[in-house]
Write a protein that binds this ligand. Structure first.
Ligand code: HCA
Ligand code: CU
Length: 380
């Protein structure tokens, strides 16, 4: 699990998000931010999609970023020919293999798909570019068909084969089994792409890596078709818990929030309240019992260290679940000297008031200062 690459698809899958429209300048800004964050690959929309998409592809490929630039095309010679001219480092080719897609989408047989894959892969290889071959809707495809086509393209020398849970139907156990099986069949790298329709996109990515996958597709905030795919921030959080040094060494985690805000603004959404790492309450501790332990040792109730992500912890005290240890810590932050008995008294006051309505931090601070002043006066 501690050796994998991210294929960041905000500029491809993310463009399929309902609200997404990125002009050239915005695409470049996002590509630079992703590069700065440290993702290994940036995947961008097919140059065959539109003339502007083609020009943007050329523009991003010529930026000279550290991240490798991939474009994503149908497994078709027309698209492959356009894509190899754009200056990208590699092509991610994809074709639907499930019976749904074969019947209701492109209508092609497995024999036809295999011939097409051989032609396109050989062509891309002949240009010296990186090539990945992926089957759309892998989890509803026939296993024998799938393994046959992956084995064929592996023999042709593809860099990676890809598994895609296009409809978000897979669960972690199924992912583990399929990737494990595939790992025994091909010698090339294995890339995985998970949609999040049933909330498994991060868990599935983790299961895939455990089973031997090497590359995971993500997008910032998970944006994509329908409700999207594995979110970059969530994947990074998951992997951080598995190997903190590897992840903090590889990615600039403190840039995650800016990157998410950039994309959220670009597609006109708010960062969700419960977002991994950057949600507004991701490091807020509330219950008095939690607050006390957190103040003694943050790891008691924190699996992610906020400072590793450029975030700060917040202990909420203006509510009826509060406790005197947390209140004491706040009085110390404010430089107010009170005895433990006095802190307990003022805590009781906070609870009494908060039973009617929670207090904001300003109101709590005001109360603490007033209480302190009164007690200091008494002593004079
Ligand atoms: C789609 C295609 C895709 C492709 C994934 C891949 C999917 O937009 O439907 O290239 O591996 O989810 O199958 O995003
Ligand atoms: Cu997808």
């Amino acid at each position: 699990v501690d050796n994998f690459s991210i294929i960041e698809s905000t500029l491809r899958e993310g463009e399929q998000f309902a609200n997404a429209f990125f002009d050239t300048a915005k695409k470049i800004e996002i590509a630079k931010a992703l590069d700065d964050f440290g993702v290994e690959y940036i995947e961008i929309t097919s140059p065959a999609a539109s003339e502007q998409s083609r020009q943007d592809c050329v523009a991003i490929a010529s930026l000279g970023l550290k991240s490798k630039i991939l474009t994503h095309v149908r497994c078709h010679m027309d698209d492959a020919r356009i894509a190899v001219e754009t200056g990208v480092d590699g092509l991610d080719v994809v074709i639907g293999t499930s019976s749904f897609l074969r019947q209701f989408s492109h209508g092609k047989s497995m024999e036809y798909i295999t011939q097409q894959a051989i032609e396109v892969v050989n062509y891309i290889k002949s240009t010296g570019l990186e090539v990945r071959f992926s089957s759309e809707d892998s989890f509803r495809s026939d296993l024998v068909d799938l393994l046959n086509i992956y084995r064929t393209v592996d023999k042709l020398g593809v860099n990676r084969v890809g598994i895609a849970d296009t409809v978000g139907c897979a669960n972690p156990r199924q992912v583990y089994e399929l990737v494990r099986t595939l790992r025994g069949v091909v010698s090339c790298d294995i890339e995985c792409h998970f949609h999040n329709d049933t909330g498994c996109a991060i868990a599935n990515a983790y299961a895939a890596l455990e089973a031997g996958a090497t590359h995971i597709d993500t997008s910032v905030l998970g944006i994509g078709e329908r409700n999207g795919i594995t979110p970059l921030g969530g994947l990074v959080a998951r992997m951080y818990t598995a190997d903190r040094d590897y992840i903090t060494g590889k990615y600039k985690l403190h840039k995650l929030r800016d990157l998410e805000n950039l994309v959220a603004d670009a597609v006109d959404i708010e960062v969700p309240f419960n977002n991994y790492v950057t949600g507004y309450c991701a490091f807020t501790h509330k219950a008095g019992i939690h607050a006390k332990a957190i103040l003694n040792n943050p790891s008691t109730y924190e699996i992610l260290k906020p400072e590793d992500f450029g975030m700060t912890r917040y202990v909420s005290i203006g509510h009826r679940l509060t406790g005197w240890n947390a209140v004491k810590s706040r009085t110390q932050q404010l430089g107010l000297e009170l005895t433990d008995d006095q802190v307990k008294q003022v805590t009781a006051k906070i609870k009494q008031m908060a039973d009617i309505k929670p207090l904001g931090i300003e109101a709590v601070d005001h109360l603490l200062r007033e209480f302190h002043a009164k007690h200091t006066d008494n002593h004079l």
